[in-house]
Write a protein that binds this ligand. Structure first.
Ligand code: CTP
Length: 400
């Protein structure tokens, strides 16, 4: 229908980018992108007028529109465009173009295919750069020699595609990657743009695939000064993923910044300043908590191994952020005493409140002051140790 509506307005419409690639591989596409050669707003508004319940959001600054169907299906519309990069790693200058130019501005051949929705050529497959063949042969190939220099984020986008679809770099593209790295191209990218892409990489399920590509593409320096020497980091990060899943299962709805767990593990045994240097530039949510955890994790881990009372262990766990706790859990075998105490802390101790408040103690005759604070603290520890359960047992404990 959109193709017909667009044609009536004198402009062809195409299905483009990731959704065509995903269609060819029978993968579900997370979003559906349409490229329009003419006026995006006119097409979006005409579509909205045809179907009741359709929502349209137009973004004039980008010339894009989002159409939401009553059943929740979403279409992203963008004007076909030509891009020009005024300097390496700079944001591109754009101007309108046709579909051929729009495909030529893209990152990889596998993302530079389109399907016509125009009634006159409906279903025609446009693949000027050989994306389908590359997909069949498992190759990731850029469209032109300056692609990574224009936009270094493409290197990390490429890594994601390579991991998700089991692709390897086409040899010429690998040479271009090495050239771009030799030019220290990532140094030109803002911390915000770099971190956004790295975060997507760390969100991939297949961490073994990510490690393989970080090794082969020599990208570890982005994350840490040297590649990990053994499989230990990979397995602790995979355990980290399991701990994150465990946490979400047991504490549904509770906020956790998953990626912080993995970053903590990546930086755990390298000089602190290396993490600090990166977090200084990247806008990582609660980055200062990661840095604090990294300073104390070893100490806390040693003290936990020696802690005999649950209240002492709880105080140690409480000195870490939630991602720090899960990172430490990931370093311990599931059934060891530290891991058990960590889970107990997260599920049972974390939310505990003292059964008697300062007001209760005053009502029992204790004068306000430091002594009362001390009693409150001891009371709370006894509660954490399971010696008291409620107000009544707390009162008996106090009398004793
Ligand atoms: N694109 C590009 N260069 C970039 C970002 C995007 O060429 N730095 C192009 C690619 O052709 C891509 C399209 O814009 O296919 C849409 O980008 P995006 O939605 O980020 O990626 P998808 O390919 O749709 O991948 P995903 O499945 O991860 O959404």
């Amino acid at each position: 229908d959109i193709g017909r509506t667009a044609a009536k307005l004198g402009t062809p419409a195409y299905l483009v980018g990731g959704c065509v690639r995903d269609l060819l591989q029978n993968h579900p596409a997370p979003d559906t992108d349409l490229a329009i050669e003419g006026d995006v707003r006119a097409v979006a508004e005409a579509c909205t007028a045809q179907l009741s319940g359709m929502q349209c959001t137009y973004h004039p600054q980008f010339g894009t529109a989002i159409l939401e169907y009553p059943d929740g299906f979403r279409l992203d519309l963008a004007r076909c465009r030509v891009e020009h990069y005024p300097a390496p790693a700079a944001l591109p200058e754009v101007r309108p173009g046709d579909i051929v130019a729009d495909l030529a501005r893209r990152d990889f051949t596998i993302n530079a295919m389109a399907i016509s929705l125009d009634p006159g050529s409906f279903g025609d497959f446009l693949d000027p750069h050989g994306g389908r063949m590359d997909l069949q042969h498992g190759l990731l190939r850029v469209l032109h020699p300056l692609s990574f220099v224009d936009d270094p984020t493409r290197i990390l986008r490429g890594l994601r595609f390579a991991v998700r679809f089991h692709l390897r770099l086409e040899p010429g593209t690998h040479v271009l990657l090495k050239t771009a790295l030799a030019r220290d191209i990532f140094a030109r990218l803002s911390g915000a743009r770099l971190w956004r892409e790295l975060k997507y990489v760390l969100e991939l399920d297949d961490l073994a695939g990510v490690f393989e590509k970080l090794d082969a593409w020599q990208l570890w320096p982005l994350l840490r000064p040297v590649p990990p020497k053994s499989e230990t980091l990979l397995s602790s990060m995979q355990r980290g993923q399991q701990e994150i899943a465990w946490f979400h299962r047991h504490c549904p709805g509770e906020k956790l910044f998953d990626t912080a767990v993995l970053l903590t593990l990546i930086w755990r045994h390298i000089p602190w300043a290396e993490a600090e240097k990166r977090l200084h530039c990247w806008p990582v949510t609660d980055g200062h908590h990661i840095l604090r955890d990294l300073q104390f994790l070893s100490e806390v881990s040693e003290a936990l191994a020696k802690a005999t009372r649950p209240s002492a262990a709880a105080q140690l766990w409480a000195s870490l952020s939630l991602p720090g706790i899960l990172a430490l859990l990931a370093e311990h075998p599931e059934s060891d005493a530290v891991a058990e105490s960590g889970r107990h802390y997260l599920l049972k101790q974390r939310g505990l409140k003292s059964p008697l408040s300062g007001r209760d103690l005053q009502a029992m005759g204790l004068a306000p002051g430091p002594q009362l604070g001390k009693v409150l603290r001891r009371l709370y520890e006894a509660h954490l140790d399971g010696e008291i359960e409620d107000k009544e047992t707390a009162r008996q404990w106090l009398i004793r």
